[in-house]
Write a protein that binds this ligand. Sequence first.
Ligand SMILES: Nc1ncnc2c1ncn2[C@@H]1O[C@H](COP(=O)(O)OP(=O)(O)OP(=O)(O)O)[C@@H](O)[C@H]1O
Ligand SMILES: [Mg+2]
Length: 286
Amino acid sequence: MISHPEIILEAKGVHFAYPGEAGEAAAALSGIELAVRRGEYVALIGPNGSGKTTLLKHFNALLKPSAGEVLVGGLSTAAESNLPAIRRQCGMIFQNPDNQLVATTVEEDVAFGLENQALPPAEIRGRVSEALRLLGLSELAQHPPHLLSGGEKQRVAIAGILAMRPRCLLMDEPTAMLDPGGQSEVLDCVRRLNREQGITVIHVTHCPAEAARAGRVVILDRGRVAAQGPPAEVLTDLPLLHGLGLSGTAATELAALLREDGFKLPRELLHGWELIEHLCSSGPKI
Ligand SMILES: Nc1ncnc2c1ncn2[C@@H]1O[C@H](COP(=O)(O)OP(=O)(O)OP(=O)(O)O)[C@@H](O)[C@H]1O
Ligand SMILES: [Mg+2]
């Protein structure tokens, strides 16, 4: 018998409206159904205001549904007594690393959350040095965080979360403020954590190329799941993406233009190297 992979995050019919919003039309979330398996890497995309940040905050119980239920590792966010365990399981990373760093050295910053949990000093030291090592920050342990580059700061923020040993990393546009070098620095680390440590990732992004590297893409639109599936399926559906004001990867968009010009190219082209391979192997078919 095939056993079902374990569901770690689940939103069941989740509705949510911020205080002051009136009526269903103004709701931030309108009946979200989403289940994420342990170890998955999910990219969450959608237009501005579609509910991505709001949904992410439900998964670490910063917000609670007005109707429906959110379960983290089987625990409902509705029960106050579940919240410490839920927050231990789900660490959240925001867009601006400056707002997440609090201490005077990198090492102290990474230790901050652990000290709040009143763990023994030896345990804290061990976890901090492990997190620094995993994020490639050991050399910077004594540096003041505010003097680091954006990519380094975001890696410090992730190390601080990782030291808490979460099972899920909820990331809200973690690379939005970084240059391309800083972006790949952070994302390479997160992908490695996902692959090697089995950490479940939900990654909110406006960048199609980042979403293309996920295991699954979920599109939100007006507080609902508009589509979901493998990147090669969802992110190559240009009528769907364009209809929502989104775009495909540069390679997918270019392939569509070339197809209009008579090039014979498969629809599921997602990455630049795939496009190059097809163009080089088949040549123009005009
Ligand atoms: N603190 C708040 N108070 C009132 N309304 C809010 C608040 N935060 C978000 N909203 C509203 O809820 C809806 C969903 O917002 P949310 O921030 O979840 O969208 P998003 O998909 O993350 O957008 P973006 O891509 O711009 O980050 C929007 O209509 C927004 O105006
Ligand atoms: Mg947002």
